[in-house]
Design a protein around this ligand. Sequence first.
Ligand code: ZN
Length: 168
Amino acid sequence: MVEVSDGTNQKIAPTPLRMCQYCAEEIKISAKVCRYCSGIQRGFFRFFNHIRIAEVLSIVLSVSLLVFAIAQFKRAQLQLSEAREANSKAQKALDTATNTEVQASEIEKRVFAARRDVLEVVQTIAEVAEILSHSGEVMGGGLDEKNKALLKKRLDLMRDKLAKSGPR
Ligand SMILES: [Zn+2]
């Protein structure tokens, strides 16, 4: 006869044990965390068994400060370059304004010179006209009273204009 095992009388194998690598207590081989010392037995987080929270905070803080300092430096650099650009633009604007001012002043000088030339011509005409009117009197003829009066009127008008339109 062949014995058939239904599995009910199977012996339960003892749980395999191993030693915790941190506190040396015996723990189950499949344990992820030691039940005595809470040491993490496997995986990436085993890393945390070797460091303290203060050290982690210190590293995080240092890295944050470094990142912040670099950001500040970059920002300052950007502001400096912006300031330089603005300064250069302002300088260009100032140069243009100065040039325009110089040109305006040159044009003003030319206008003034042209005005003076016109005034000199007018003055010459006035003088010639006055001489003509006197010559008429001396020679006892030439201009009649009506024309003399007209000439005198024009002459007075011109003198008046000349007196009023001197240099500013
Ligand atoms: Zn342990």
